[in-house]
Write a protein that binds this ligand. Structure first.
Ligand code: ATP
Ligand code: MG
Length: 137
């Protein structure tokens, strides 16, 4: 069964909406297989988002992702990678469709509440970035 890495970003934790994000994925029928709260250093955030290192917003992104605690989780389900991306909505909350998590809980394009792996290849990098095999049940 397919798995994906989801992060409730520092803004979602500050807004106290982590439970709402988890509930939404439970309602979709996905299974929560791993969960932890942690705070990244800026260097760790940089490693997680290494694919964006040449983008103009990279430094700002790493600063934001290390600005407070996040909640990392692994969700399992049929087509969970693409379905989570749909449920999250567009990167910019202002452009995200009604009812999507970023529309509901995002602040702006830089602070958009949630992350979800964008492909099986990304998930294969991102899941072990946060969880060991023993932590995935
Ligand atoms: P994520 O990878 O966090 O799930 P995404 O896949 O929708 O988001 P990416 O293109 O991978 O979007 O960008 C990664 C993150 O970088 C975005 O979630 C956003 O926080 C930030 N970002 C993207 N574009 C911009 C921008 N133009 N200005 C500021 N931050 C941006
Ligand atoms: Mg992305």
């Amino acid at each position: 069964m397919e798995r994906t890495l989801v992060l409730a970003k520092p803004d979602a934790v500050r807004k106290n909406v982590v439970g709402k994000i988890i509930s939404r994925f439970e309602e979709e029928g996905f299974k929560l297989v791993a969960l932890k709260k942690l705070k990244l250093t800026k260097e760790q955030a940089g490693k997680f988002y290494i694919v964006h290192k040449e983008r103009p917003f990279y430094d700002q992104l790493c600063e934001f992702m290390s600005s407070g605690p996040i909640v990392a989780m692994v969700w399992e389900g049929e087509n969970v990678i693409s379905r989570v991306r749909e449920i999250m909505g567009a990167t910019d909350p202002a452009k995200a469709e009604e009812g999507t998590l970023r529309k509901l809980y995002g602040t702006n394009v830089g602070e958009n509440a949630v992350h979800g792996s964008d492909s099986p290849e990304s998930a294969a990098y991102e899941i072990p970035f946060f969880f060991s095999g023993l932590e995935i049940v």
